[in-house]
Design a protein around this ligand. Structure first.
Ligand code: THU
Length: 159
């Protein structure tokens, strides 16, 4: 028997401990919450990607009366970047959320499906995507790579 230990660091910051650049990226994600289409869950998610060129690509969640068709803010931003900034490296992703029904004091982290998709982008570009997460407080979680969110993941290596 062998025990395989996998360790990843999640760093917890107060918003004002982060660089202006990162604070701005989180602001861009927060702005996107305002255009989220979430009439069913009322859970508003915004996302913003910073690319190597300095460009920002954003997204928000998009819901549908047929619930399984809802798509998360993270994937909207990633596909937006793919289409409008094709070939650019994604340096970091900011994801923020708010809930008008209940205060989200903890940072919100990407769902399982989004983790798999973020990781596909990371593997493709062969360069880590940093992730910053925030709820409705000034607490921000940071991880240095999407792979930290999905250990022993499924990838194209198996195909
Ligand atoms: N949602 C996101 O946009 N990102 C996440 O990481 C978690 C969930 C959205 C999907 C749905 O519109 C709503 O939040 C409630 O699940």
């Amino acid at each position: 028997m062998e025990i395989v230990k996998i360790e990843h660091k999640i760093i917890s910051y107060k918003l004002d401990e982060l660089t202006q650049n990162i604070q701005q990226l989180l602001k861009e994600a927060k702005k996107m919450e305002k255009v989220a289409y979430a009439p069913y869950s009322k859970f508003l998610v915004g996302s913003a990607l910073e690319l190597n060129s300095g460009s920002i690509a954003t997204g928000c969640n998009q819901e549908n009366a047929s619930y399984p068709l809802c798509i998360c803010a993270e994937r909207v931003a990633l596909y937006n970047a793919h289409v409008h900034h094709h070939g650019e490296i994604i340096k970091r992703l900011a994801v923020t959320a708010s809930n008008p029904k209940k205060l989200i004091s903890e940072p919100v982290s990407p769902c399982g499906a989004c983790r798999q998709v973020i990781l596909e982008f990371e593997n493709r570009q062969k360069s880590p995507i940093e992730i910053y997460m925030q709820g409705q407080s000034d607490l921000v979680y940071y991880i240095n790579s999407a792979s930290a969110l999905l250990p022993i993941s499924f990838s194209s290596e198996f195909l």
